[in-house]
Design a protein around this ligand. Structure first.
Ligand SMILES: Nc1ncnc2c1ncn2[C@@H]1O[C@H](COP(=O)(O)OP(=O)(O)OP(=O)(O)O)[C@@H](O)[C@H]1O
Ligand SMILES: Cc1ncc(C[n+]2csc(CCOP(=O)(O)O)c2C)c(N)n1
Ligand SMILES: [Mg+2]
Ligand SMILES: [Mg+2]
Ligand SMILES: [Mg+2]
Length: 325
């Protein structure tokens, strides 16, 4: 690595896509003009080598892709249109400049698909593992609030895609079980696609919808809706759609990955039956997936239950937790 200034020059985009951008990379901070009748939405998520990826589980380009995708997924969960991103990178000596460029290429090619512009960041050295933090900024129409606290008794519980593929992919990578037929599972783990289009459809309905993206696992995300909404949620085992790529694994393994695996970056939420019917129709028209998996039950302390042929049991708020392993 020559020096950080040369590196920043190399990763500076040659053009931008957002007309609202006034000043991007190159000064002390970026400037943009918020678009009329919309509100700004912002969030930040970090990926750390050894925790979120290793050199064995992900290539540098995949690390870049996933760091941005995880953030775009949070914007999707707010129904927002992504506009800008900023990247903080702490670089250990073990990573060379080519690999770092590849991380940015991974982000760049995903960003291009959504016309999202890189407008700033920070570059530092570290003696610890590689750490990439991405901040994304987007906008949503005034008043649209797809909040976790929006669930009400009687609502339908839905998800916008199959779950568990990423955790299965990770398990195969860690156990070196790599064959052509598992490629979709590896891709689900290494290059997940954020459900931006799904989030925009949900925002466009202008209805009360509780929404969350699945980063830590379905069980954990449903608790994150049940708690602030002060409701309980009941899902049905048989209604959880099983990915065709998971069919060869046994039912218990599938369920474990679907409920607790995480990093799926699909959306999970609740809405009234009427809103759900409208949703279903629009998703169908756009060739997008949506599945009803349960109901929000009586107002009571925040529990999440699953029912199957053996009856009903409470699901723990288990899933990926950085401080409980
Ligand atoms: N270190 C922190 N300082 C300030 N706010 C934080 C910090 N960590 C998380 N938050 C805030 O807490 C809330 C929940 O964050 P959390 O990271 O659990 O959600 P998430 O990003 O959707 O999940 P995940 O990180 O698993 O993808 C968000 O409002 C987030 O901005
Ligand atoms: C090498 C390796 N080991 C384990 C995992 C699993 N993992 C790490 S973080 C996380 C939750 C999402 O993170 P966050 O909550 O920070 O958004 C999960 C499921 C992985 N991806 N790579
Ligand atoms: Mg987070
Ligand atoms: Mg989230
Ligand atoms: Mg998390």
């Amino acid at each position: 690595m020559e020096d950080e200034f040369g590196f920043i020059r190399k990763i500076t985009p040659k053009q931008h896509h957002q007309e609202s951008l006034q000043e991007g990379i190159g000064d002390d901070a970026a400037i943009w003009r918020p678009i009329k009748d919309s509100e700004q939405v912002v969030c930040l998520d970090t990926m750390t080598e050894g925790v979120h990826f290793t050199r064995r589980t992900m290539s540098p380009a995949q690390v870049g892709h996933k760091a941005l995708a995880a953030n775009l997924s949070d914007l999707a969960a707010m129904g927002a249109v992504p506009e800008f991103y900023l990247v903080s990178i702490a670089i250990p000596p073990s990573w060379n400049e080519n690999e770092l460029r590849e991380i940015y290429e991974g982000m760049d090619s995903l960003a291009l698909q959504y016309s999202v512009d890189l407008i700033g960041g920070d570059t530092v050295s570290t003696e610890g593992p590689l750490v990439v933090s991405v901040t994304v900024i987007g906008r949503v129409e005034n008043g649209v609030r797809l909040l976790r606290k929006n669930a009400r008794a009687g609502d339908v519980v839905f998800i916008t895609g199959v779950l568990g593929e990423s955790a299965a992919g990770l398990s195969l990578l860690l156990n070196n079980k790599l064959s052509d037929d598992v490629k979709p599972l590896l891709a689900a783990h290494q290059t997940p696609m954020p459900h931006i289009k799904e989030g925009r459809l949900l925002a466009g309905l202008k209805q009360r919808i509780a929404l969350n993206d699945v980063s830590d696992g379905l069980a954990s995300e449903l608790h994150e809706i049940a708690e602030p909404s002060a409701v309980s949620i009941e899902i049905e085992r048989d209604k959880l759609p099983v990915s065709e790529h998971l069919e060869k694994f046994n039912s218990e393994q599938q369920l474990n990955w679907m409920l607790y695996g995480g990093e799926d970056y699909k959306l999970a939420g609740t809405a009234s039956l009427e809103t759900f019917e409208a949703m279903k129709q629009q998703f169908e028209e756009c060739d997008l997936q949506i599945f009803q998996i349960g109901r929000v039950t009586e107002k009571q302390s925040a529990f999440v239950y699953i029912t199957d042929s053996n009856g009903k049991r409470a699901l723990e708020k288990k899933g990926y937790n950085h401080f409980k392993k």
